[in-house]
Design a protein around this ligand. Structure first.
Ligand code: HEM
Length: 155
């Protein structure tokens, strides 16, 4: 339950998209609530500075982020228009290239996600399945090491 393994540079990341049963249980509104709760926690976290400080821009990120997770988890294809024809996961990894994301940032991100997920009232095994996806996929967003060097992981 909510385990975290370290990112190892150059090591292939194996992730599995969340079980559709997770989306069926949480629903579209529940998913939106999860993501808004998540960003409320992010806003108070050590990685708050990564995100837009302008409330309207931040709101736009929340909206796009919720759409991504709704589509990824098996809901309506509401994020389709954003990914510019690229495969969804590939697009999501490349979108993060614009930010210098350290392992420490990933751990902070995962901590916020865990806190938000703990408040969701659905079966634990479904939350564990979603967790396993974010825990693995987030490794692909880590692109900066402590000595400042960059490494862009391929899918
Ligand atoms: C499972 C891992 C992750 C997923 C699925 C994910 C997903 C997303 C999505 C859907 C968006 C909005 C995309 C859009 O604008 O259309 C986003 C934006 C962003 N994410 Fe992630 N993310 C992950 C991990 C991380 C981590 C570890 C960080 C660390 C800081 C991070 C930082 C950001 C930033 C800075 C933005 C953009 C904010 C802006 O547009 O100014 N993400 N992410």
């Amino acid at each position: 339950m909510y385990k975290v393994s370290p990112t190892v540079q150059g090591e292939k990341v194996h992730f599995k998209e969340p079980d559709p049963a997770f989306y069926e249980a949480i629903g579209e509104e529940g998913m939106r609530k999860l993501m808004y709760d998540f960003y409320d926690i992010i806003y108070e976290s050590d990685i708050a500075h990564f995100f837009p400080q302008d409330p309207e821009e931040f709101e736009a990120v929340k909206v796009r982020n919720s759409k991504f997770f709704i589509q990824l988890c098996g809901g309506p294809k509401v994020y389709e228009g954003e990914s510019k024809g690229m495969e969804l996961n590939q697009y999501m990894v490349r979108l993060h290239d614009d930010f210098s994301i350290y392992e420490k940032s990933r751990l902070e991100w995962l901590g916020a996600m865990r806190e938000a997920l703990e408040k969701v009232d659905i079966a634990q095994h479904l939350k564990d399945d979603f967790w396993n996806y974010v825990e693995q996929f987030s490794k692909l967003t880590v692109n900066t090491t402590v000595d400042g060097s960059k490494y862009y992981q391929d899918l």
